[in-house]
Design a protein around this ligand. Structure first.
Ligand SMILES: Cc1cc2nc3c(=O)[nH]c(=O)nc-3n(C[C@H](O)[C@H](O)[C@H](O)COP(=O)(O)O)c2cc1C
Length: 209
């Protein structure tokens, strides 16, 4: 199979330093909002890369469920592969790609757990079926069969309530570096990167595509 002739032409937008906000999380919020409004599928899905203590990377998609002044929030099983890697090595990298917008965003930074109260608030707002599944599923472990997995879920009452287990909750990725990428014609794409200084303010630089 040959993909050599698969070439997209990018021409929807541009990045102009003079028009960018001082803080990258404001820009990320705008881009997430636009991706949602324009109908990008799963607009909050980001590829989340973690690494073991030995520096071996692994990567998967998660959904961003909140954006605060400090960073972006996602929810998962703390005992999963990603959870174990974040315990060993609390740094992660994440990437969004919105093909309909011809935009990519890359984040890198430290990850910390949300408080139990924050995780409870999110868990309790989820549909009951999702609560049962996330409470029952030993995420990332080998299961004997589909039937065995469904039996695990049946241990939780079909009419609720389901309490959030300690091993399930949220993380906040606090970026120290965020890059915004906008596709441009002839492969001369726009790339701008924000890097956080010790005083909490951000520098802004342009990178070659
Ligand atoms: C679009 C999409 C969104 C996902 N969102 C989440 C999520 O928010 N939390 C989660 O734990 N897994 C989510 N998953 C499943 C993960 O990609 C992954 O299979 C799971 O978290 C186990 O990963 P791990 O074994 O590396 O820990 C999502 C998958 C896809 C394709």
């Amino acid at each position: 199979m040959n993909f050599e002739f698969e070439r997209s032409h990018y021409a929807l937008g541009n990045l102009d330093e003079a028009e960018l906000p001082a803080g990258p999380l404001d820009l990320l919020r705008d881009w997430l909002r636009e991706a949602t409004e324009r109908g990008c599928p799963e607009p909050t899905a980001m590829a989340l890369a973690t690494a073991s203590a030995e520096g071996r990377p692994s990567n998967r998609f998660v959904l961003v469920r909140g954006l605060s002044e400090d960073g972006i929030e996602f929810f998962t099983n703390y005992l999963s592969r990603k959870g174990q890697e974040l315990t060993e090595n609390p740094f992660a990298a994440a990437t969004f790609w919105w093909p309909l917008m011809e935009r990519q965003v890359r984040l890198e930074g430290r990850v910390e757990k949300l408080t139990a109260a924050e995780s409870d608030a999110y868990f309790n707002a989820r549909p009951l079926e999702s609560q049962r599944a996330s409470a029952a599923s030993p995420q990332s472990q080998v299961v004997e069969s589909r039937e065995a997995l469904e039996r695990l879920i049946e241990q939780f009452p079909a009419d609720g309530p389901v309490e959030r287990p300690d091993h399930w909750g949220g993380y906040r990725l606090i970026p120290g570096r965020i890059e915004f990428w906008q596709g441009r014609p002839a492969r001369l794409h726009d790339r701008v990167v924000y890097e956080r200084k010790d005083d909490g303010t951000w520098t802004l630089s342009r990178l070659a595509p």
